[in-house]
Ligand binder design. Structure first.
Ligand code: HEC
Length: 86
């Protein structure tokens, strides 16, 4: 059986903790300002507001095609109650 002295074991634990600390620091890279090229990319891909999407697909039921709040409330009663003031 190999005997490991308390000093060696303590040094090993310390080494592991220091290594873990180094890895944790490497992961936490500070956010940087968005470059001009990245801003252009974001503007192209996430246009707001999005363009009108046209009529709903044929396979959708009338309830699914409706944008009336009462229709939404069929499946989302709590949300409808939240926005209903009367
Ligand atoms: C036929 C039932 C039904 C109708 C009608 C309906 N929804 Fe939903 N809605 C769902 C289901 C099911 C989900 C998915 C829930 C989930 O995955 O947790 C959902 C998800 C959503 C979410 C995403 C919620 C989240 O936490 O990500 C929004 C927002 C939403 N619905 C808004 C609406 C609006 C606005 C309407 C009306 C124009 C509407 N819904 C009509 C069934 C419906």
């Amino acid at each position: 059986m190999i005997r490991v002295s308390a000093g060696v074991r303590g040094a090993s634990v310390l080494l592991v903790l220091v290594a873990a600390g180094a890895i944790a620091r490497a992961d936490s890279v500070a956010p940087q300002a968005i470059s001009g090229a990245d801003k252009d990319f974001l503007a192209r891909h996430w246009r707001r507001p999005i363009a009108p999407q046209g009529p709903a697909p044929e396979g959708f039921s009338p309830l699914e095609r409706s944008l009336a709040p009462e229709s939404c409330g069929t499946c989302h009663p709590n949300q409808l109650a939240d926005i209903t003031l009367t």
